[in-house]
Write a protein that binds this ligand. Structure first.
Ligand SMILES: Cc1cc2nc3c(=O)[nH]c(=O)nc-3n(C[C@H](O)[C@H](O)[C@H](O)COP(=O)(O)OP(=O)(O)OC[C@H]3O[C@@H](n4cnc5c(N)ncnc54)[C@H](O)[C@@H]3O)c2cc1C
Length: 442
């Protein structure tokens, strides 16, 4: 009897599965547009806003799965208890231009030869031009034990690189009573390369305020051979770590987290990958990051590491002239920041408009990026630089010096500019400020 029931249930599952497959096959939709923007984060929203103003109605489709848009640069201050995570987000609908069609789905594959994108739900979007701005995702699996530790409220392990866990960083800081507070930087490109050390500086300031600093051993383990990639700011930051008595271990990579033992395993790339174990009371992990899977599965569009291959000056794809890319998912050798996206958005707009007119892209992205390196609850260094680490400062002061002004710019001015100007396509970086301050300068 049991066997008969089992067989019947199997038949039912099979037939209903077939029915739903054929139903969904007929329900799949086909869209066409002049411009498809894949990703509705910082870069995607900015570009969609610019082009809905430039093109006729119904020309722009944005493909974005998430119903929430985050202003990620504030995650650092959430981790330090300055803001709640709710201050970092708005609904995706409210930030996308109303003249764009939003398809709430994710790209599963791109056929760049046929100019079409297949979505995870099975729809097909045909395009004339495409902009790819799908950012980076956290690759937790690369560090065994990390996911498990993050999910455990009492593990003392957190990350500001995820909206789900950045408030946990603040809870961990408040619970800290002494011991090793370990901060890490992984061996992959990451967004905002300054953030892993900013949170260490804020932890130092908070522990001092909470009278536990003398019981804390703050350690910053970074895969990099330097504290920061631009010498002018690296020199200033070395003074900060010295003053704050933070131990920096270079070329040191987190390999595994053992939450049950409160231990982390590291290896040293300068010493034949020699492994060592550290116990921790608090561990702030910056996870390895990678591009979304569909890009990594498109070798015709990406480099060996899965980054979209675009010309580093024009942002046009190296193989497909009707394809452009901006933001964290491209292979341009700049610092992956929202500040870079603001400048790239302008360059991409000018160049894609030229491509649409069958002209050559002429505008050049100079690698501009910025990183407000918060060093305490009221000081910050605003690093601004171009390709090859050439400093390019906006303010008529030495920006490598810690200042209160820079802190309030980071906390209040930049979020304001982001929500009210950049996402609406009206902010292309601080070039205009430079022109006002120094109208005859280069
Ligand atoms: C902790 C932290 C601190 C930071 N601090 C700063 C700072 O101080 N200053 C600064 O300038 N920058 C900072 N940044 C970096 C900044 O947030 C990013 O560089 C910027 O958001 C990159 O924009 P993007 O459009 O490339 O990617 P994102 O804004 O991440 O957007 C990518 C979008 O693509 C979507 N997507 C993913 N996969 C698919 C798919 N298959 N199909 C369709 N859509 C997809 C995602 O849902 C997402 O909405 C920080 C980031 C973090 C995490």
């Amino acid at each position: 009897m049991n066997n008969i029931l089992l067989k019947l249930s199997k038949i039912r599952v099979t037939s209903s599965t077939r029915r739903s497959l054929s139903l969904s096959a007929t329900q799949n939709k086909n869209y066409s547009c002049k411009l498809l923007v894949v990703g509705g984060g910082s870069g995607g929203c900015t570009v969609a806003a610019k082009f809905t103003k430039r093109l006729k109605k119904d020309s722009v489709i944005v493909l974005e799965p998430s119903s929430t848009h985050y202003y990620q640069p504030l995650f650092t201050l959430v981790g330090a208890g300055v803001k709640p995570v709710s201050a970092t987000c708005r609904s995706e609908k409210s930030v996308l231009p109303s003249a764009a069609t939003w398809i709430q789905d994710a790209a599963e594959s791109i056929d760049a030869e046929k100019c079409s994108v297949k979505t995870v739900k099975g729809d097909v979007i045909n395009y004339e031009y495409i902009v790819i701005a799908v950012g980076l995702k956290n690759d937790y699996c690369k560090v065994p034990g990390l996911s498990e530790a993050l999910k455990d409220e009492n593990s003392g392990v957190s990350t500001i690189f995820d909206p789900v866990y950045c408030e946990k960083t603040w809870r961990d800081m408040q619970r800290f009573q002494g011991g090793n507070a370990v901060f890490t930087y992984p061996n992959s490109p990451i967004k905002c390369p300054g953030a892993p050390q900013k949170i260490a500086y804020l932890a130092d300031s908070y522990f001092t305020k909470a009278n536990v600093r003398s019981k804390a051993n703050i350690v910053y383990n970074t895969c990099l051979p330097v504290i920061f990639g631009v010498k002018k700011y690296a020199d200033a930051l070395l003074k900060v770590v010295e003053r704050k008595n933070i131990k920096v271990n270079y070329q040191t990579v987190l390999k595994e987290v053992r939450p049950a033992e409160k231990e982390a395993v590291f290896y040293n790339t300068a010493d034949t990958n020699k492994e060592f174990t550290m116990s921790y009371s608090l561990l702030h992990a910056t996870p390895p990051m990678c591009t979304p899977e569909f890009l990594r599965n498109s070798p015709n569009m990406t480099d060996a590491a899965g980054y979209l291959t675009v010309d580093k000056y024009t942002l046009q794809h190296t193989k497909y002239p009707n394809m452009y890319g901006l933001g964290d998912c491209t292979n341009t050798p700049n610092s992956k920041t929202a500040a870079a996206v603001a400048k790239q958005g302008y360059v991409l707009e000018q160049n894609l408009l030229n491509t649409m007119k069958k002209d050559e892209p002429k505008e050049h992205y100079n690698g501009y990026g910025a990183c407000p390196l918060v060093t305490s609850y009221n000081t910050c260094i605003i690093a601004e630089f171009l390709y090859d680490g050439v400093p390019r400062e906006t303010l008529p002061i030495n920006q490598a010096r810690e200042s209160r002004l820079a802190y309030y710019m980071k906390r209040d001015l930049f979020p304001f500019l982001y929500w009210n100007f950049m996402l609406k396509g009206n902010y292309n970086g601080p070039e205009f400020v430079r022109k006002i301050i120094n109208p005859f300068g280069k």
